[in-house]
Design a protein around this ligand. Structure first.
Ligand SMILES: [Zn+2]
Ligand SMILES: [Zn+2]
Length: 661
């Protein structure tokens, strides 16, 4: 009997007979692990494993628990603690969906059914559209099948037999897939009870644990995503290990809908996009404009405090400049077309960098001048396809809080640190306290794909990593994810409902300084090329505003609210006192609106609530008599009577401290 050696994650080695399965090994460790296991991951001891398909991100190969092991391996049993297991779980749930659909509608033709973020889909060709009632029926059938604990077993068929099988059942798309994808004599299938599907797996052992799922919607999709091909119906589903996780996800979706800035923008009269003017172009209405001004003013003050110089550059510049920078080549697809003026082509700017470079180059710089930090709230225009435009998040014209730092190699660590510190200050100021950081490095096996020398890359990446370590900021290293011109750090913030948004980028550039021949005179009297860093903290003001709206669900903290206080007089008789209150608050710099309409008090309060105004002051003869107001907060409700003078003080304090409570 042949023995193989299986190394477990704790380093222990099991000597087992050839043909032992991961399920056997899990059972040998503990019945609990055997029960919790979904799938296994094999790692080779030396060199890639053949006949295991493609490895996942960490180099491991996902395999069925019941696959017989034939060679020495490192093995990990995956449970609901592993995201790779979730992926396999969702894939198995997709097969379950197809099994249910085939039972209910035996004539549909099957497309593909992969796992996706938060769930899975399967696509079907069927003449009649799937209705919400159909989805209900299918979901019920899936639960029925799942409860039968159907085994997901791997079966092999010779290729001609597999093709014959699909031809007979008229599964044209599956025929096509088998023809295209299978290069070996045997074709791999998986069973789900009576249903059998062409698939290389792996899968979880059976349907029993597929319980927390929900069919979400149906969307049209061309076969293989190619226009002109048959149009299939994709049934999308959410799926999680547990009902609790599914419920949380569904709740987040509801919340996201409620917070959607495209809905809140018009409702709160913050901004609009006008078809008459063109898609992807933002009109900031007075209230949105007010908030933008607060953001920009805060930012400009902070830039000056932190040693940046504020500059302004033209929105349109000669196309030749964009040839020098290279954008006319590698960025052409994202630019508006050139405009001809006096026989020369001009280009609407998609980036601010070349403008800042021209300012740097306008005089000879010495090492004593460095670092030069040029900042601009720079408006740029990019051609985004109409299909990808999305409210304030993907637009065609936007303003970056952009800056370019030109420095010497010795200065990069302190510059990077200052950028990251600034980014955190920005986010904290606007009420965010959860972040994720990613460091994107080059693919060191292919230096030929990158601008700059290996020592540049090494120095810059080390500077980025050292800075993160020194600031005790955990980060994820993304090998091979850097742009061709330099490594970068991206900071993503996590919003009120747990979504992450890419915001800050601190990006080295080894390309532009060379293309523009940038120089400084060193202390050795010789000319050197400076290092260049692009950095944006908010990213774009438009996008940041969209994120802010969604984070706060439109209920901005006091310091950002365009109208901070609504005064609601109970009747005409209270108007004089209401005006006195209005005047007093205004004199203390509080943004106040007096609702002088001839409406009943509950209507006034309801409207102020809908506008998400932080405070409402109810004033009537009683309050006038006592010199007080009846205070209401949009979230906390009635706060009782307050002397006017005290109120002024507490509002000022809350606003000045930029409290987010
Ligand atoms: Zn599959
Ligand atoms: Zn730039």
């Amino acid at each position: 009997m042949d023995t193989i050696h299986i190394t477990l994650p704790d380093g222990s080695v099991k000597d087992v007979p050839k043909g032992t399965t991961a399920a056997d090994i899990a059972r040998g460790i503990s019945p609990r692990l055997a029960d919790a296991a979904f799938v296994a991951k094999a790692y080779s001891n030396n060199g890639p494993l053949t006949n295991f398909g493609e490895p996942v991100e960490d180099g491991g190969y996902l395999i069925d628990l019941r696959r017989p092991l034939e060679q020495d391996l490192k093995l990990k049993i995956l449970t609901d603690k592993d995201s790779d297991a979730l992926f396999v779980f969702r894939h198995s749930a997709a097969h379950l969906l197809a099994a249910a659909v085939m039972e209910l509608y035996p004539n549909v033709k099957l497309g593909i059914g992969p796992p996706v973020e938060n769930g899975f889909f399967y696509e079907f060709l069927r003449e009649e559209p799937f209705t919400p009632e159909d989805l209900g029926k299918i979901e019920k059938k899936m639960h029925e099948l799942a409860a039968q604990d159907l085994q997901n077993e791997r079966k092999y068929m010779p290729k001609p037999e597999a093709l014959e099988f699909y031809k007979k059942s008229n599964q044209i798309f599956k025929c096509e897939l088998v023809e295209e994808k299978v290069t070996e004599p045997l074709v791999s299938f998986y069973t789900t009870g009576k249903f059998i599907d062409f698939c290389r797996g792996p899968h979880i052992p059976s349907t029993r644990r597929i319980q927390a799922f929900k069919l979400m919607n149906v969307a049209g999709a061309y076969w293989k995503g190619q226009e002109g091909n048959a149009q299939l119906q994709r049934i999308y589903a959410a799926a999680f290990f547990t009902q609790k996780e599914l419920d949380e996800y569904l709740h987040r979706l509801e919340e996201a809908k409620r917070r959607d800035h495209r809905k809140l923008g018009p409702e709160l009269d913050l901004f609009s996009i006008q078809e008459e003017a063109g898609p992807g172009l933002i009109f900031w209405h007075p209230k949105g404009g007010f908030i933008r001004n607060l953001i920009e003013t805060w930012l400009r003050d902070e830039l000056i405090k932190r040693g940046y110089d504020l500059v302004y550059t033209p929105h349109i510049m000669r196309l030749d400049l964009w040839k020098t920078s290279g954008h006319a080549d590698f960025y052409r697809e994202n630019m508006f077309g050139p405009v001809e003026v006096e026989k020369a082509d001009y280009q609407l700017k998609p980036m601010n960098c070349p403008g800042h470079i021209l300012i740097y180059k306008s005089k000879l710089r010495s090492y004593r001048d460095l670092p030069v930090r040029l900042a601009e709230l720079g408006t740029v225009y990019r051609y985004e396809r109409s299909g990808v435009l999305h409210g304030l998040l993907r637009v065609r014209g936007f303003t970056q809080d952009d800056a370019h730092i030109f420095c010497m190699p010795l200065q990069i660590e302190s510059e990077v640190e200052a950028c990251v510190d600034f980014a955190y200050a920005v986010m904290k100021n606007f009420g965010f306290d959860k972040f994720e950081v990613e460091l994107s490095d080059w693919d060191e096996k292919h230096p030929e794909n990158y601008a700059g020398k290996p020592e540049d890359w090494h120095r810059a990446t080390t500077a980025l990593a050292n800075t993160m370590d020194r600031m005790k900021i955990p980060y994820k290293k993304m090998a091979g994810e850097a742009a061709f011109y330099g490594p970068k750090i991206d900071i993503k913030l996590i919003d009120a409902i747990g979504r992450s948004w890419q915001l800050t980028t601190v990006q080295f550039d080894f390309n532009l300084p060379a293309r523009f021949g940038l120089e400084y005179v060193g202390d050795d009297g010789a000319r050197h090329q400076p290092l260049m860093v692009h950095r944006a903290l908010l990213g774009s003001v438009e996008r940041f505003f969209g994120i802010l709206i969604e984070h706060y669900a439109g209920a901005f903290p006091l310091w950002l609210a365009p109208v901070q206080v609504e005064i609601c007089p109970v009747s005409e008789k209270a108007m004089d006192y209401a005006k006195h209150v209005e005047e007093t608050l205004k004199n203390h710099g509080i943004r106040v609106h007096l609702d002088g309409r001839n409406e009943k008090l509950p209507a006034k309060i309801r409207d102020a609530q809908l506008e998400k105004i932080p405070y409402m002051l109810v004033v009537g003869p009683k309050e006038a008599e006592a010199g007080t107001v009846s205070l209401r907060h949009r979230g906390k409700g009635d706060l009782g009577p307050k002397p006017l003078a005290d109120l002024v003080e507490s509002l000022r304090a809350e606003s000045d401290s930029r409290s987010i409570g």
